[in-house]
Ligand binder design. Structure first.
Ligand code: RFL
Ligand code: PHB
Length: 394
């Protein structure tokens, strides 16, 4: 088999890249280790920045998102029992975010890929990447008891944090930066109306809580929990009880509870790989970087990586120029570090860190006082939350 770009991973990065390349007339095959149904059971992101919305428009997969997604112009921060609204729309001169689940984005991308008759190979076992330091890289995989080989011009590593592409880059050529946080997020999805029409990020004495949503009838809630906790330790009732204790009286009174339809614990990590290009193999999305989810940046960064990569590859094929692929890594990393900084800072502000002592708590309170009572403070949160434009700094 031969293709121009072999894409490893059918998460949002891989599928969006496939769609953008298809629009540019570039041929690609997507290889995914899991089944499509399994990919769709992973409940993750919920907040899309304007640049991500624009990219889904460009890829021609945004019709349902515009119909069903919820446009949010602000969110609440809850501190010392009181809620304070960050009016993103007003502060940023009209920018908003869209609440639309990653599962739905993935679904729409899968449908578009199928409708266009493009090749996705699911349940591809033991994927390996070869010769990406030459002009003719290869990808091998196993399926139905046989080994197959794809010859290609480029390999796109869109295979997430535990993927094979980053792991195959030469150790001498790669640098990794990592911070692991001393807690995780316990998340629950339920078919109950959201407690509030916008998101609530809560810093309570019992730890962080987030009230998010997927629609007017589906809620997504998270709690900061110790890394040693297991999902089995948390009954639905225990979750709701703990969430109530972390909210303000008004939200507590409005909270509607019900059976969970998904419950999971995610560790929190900041992680960046430099560079993101190794010869003719590129990394994109979670394969190259992870942010703690507090800033809602992971999926959005994945989308912008993929936009830079599809533009670079289009330039290569249409204009015979390598300028875009040469600039890819640096262009992505500048944006990534900005989002990493914001995600780390917002995580540090909103979670409880008993190990930082009373003075740590006082610093958090003073920081919040600044955000709420200074337009510059509030604007800094708002402009980072809505996200940077695609051409920032250029
Ligand atoms: P994914 O989604 O992990 O997809 C990678 C795909 O590659 C496949 N794969 C392989 N395939 C073939 N061979 C191999 N050897 C392979 N190894 C792996 C995997 O099966 C998978 O299908 O990475 P991608 O596409 O880069 O997408 C990244 C996003 O999923 C991630 O950044 C976001 O979910 C992060 N995130 C959020 N991002 C936001 O922008 N806004 C949010 O509100 C937000 N909330 C979240 C989040 C992540 C969370 N968790 C669980 C970490 C909330 C949570 C709780
Ligand atoms: C979500 O809805 O899953 C969500 C929203 C905002 C975040 C993280 C996750 O910051």
């Amino acid at each position: 088999m031969r293709t121009q770009v072999a894409i490893i991973g059918a998460g949002p990065s891989g599928l969006l890249l496939g769609q953008l390349l298809h629009k540019a007339g570039i041929d690609a095959i997507v290889l995914e280790r899991q089944t499509g149904d399994y990919v769709l059971t992973r409940i993750r992101a919920g907040v899309l920045e304007q640049v991500c919305i624009d990219l889904l428009d460009e890829a021609g997969v945004s019709e349902r998102m515009h119909k069903e997604g919820l446009v949010h112009g602000g969110f609440d921060m809850l501190f010392k029992g009181e809620r304070h609204r960050i009016d993103m729309n007003h502060l940023t001169g009209g920018k908003n975010v869209m609440v639309y689940g990653q599962t739905e984005v993935t679904h729409d991308l899968m449908d578009a890929r199928k409708a266009a008759g493009l090749t996705t190979i699911y349940e591809a076992g033991n994927v390996t990447v070869h010769d990406f330091d030459s002009a003719s890289p290869k990808v091998r995989y196993e399926k139905d008891g046989q080994t197959h080989e794809i010859e290609c011009d480029f390999i796109a590593g869109c295979d997430g944090f535990h993927g094979v592409c980053r792991a195959s880059a030469p150790r001498s050529a790669i640098r990794e930066y990592e911070k692991i946080y001393p807690f995780g997020w316990l998340g629950i999805l339920s078919d109950t109306p959201p407690v509030h029409h916008e998101l609530i990020y809560a810093n309570s004495p019992r730890g962080f809580a987030l009230c998010s949503q997927r629609s007017q009838t589906r809620s997504r809630y998270y709690l900061q929990v110790p890394l040693t906790d297991k999902v089995e330790d948390w009954s639905d009732e225990a979750f709701w009880q703990e969430l109530r204790l972390r909210l303000d009286p008004e939200a507590r009174a409005r909270l509607v509870t019900g059976p969970s339809i998904e419950k999971s614990i995610a560790p929190l990590r900041s992680f960046v790989t430099e560079p993101m290009r190794f010869g003719r193999m590129f990394l994109a999305g979670d394969a190259a970087h992870i942010v703690p989810p507090t800033g809602a940046k992971g999926l959005n960064l994945a989308a912008t990586d993929v936009k830079y990569l599809s533009s670079a590859l289009t330039e290569f094929y249409q204009e015979k120029s390598e300028a875009g692929i040469d600039a890819y890594s640096e262009r992505c990393l500048r944006r990534i570090w900005r989002a990493e900084r914001f995600s780390w800072w917002f995580t540090s502000l909103m979670h409880r860190f008993p190990e930082n002592g009373e003075i740590g708590q006082k610093f958090q309170e003073a920081e919040l006082d600044y955000i709420i009572n200074s337009e510059a403070g509030a604007l800094s949160v708002a402009e980072n939350y809505v996200g940077l434009p695609l051409d920032f700094g250029e």
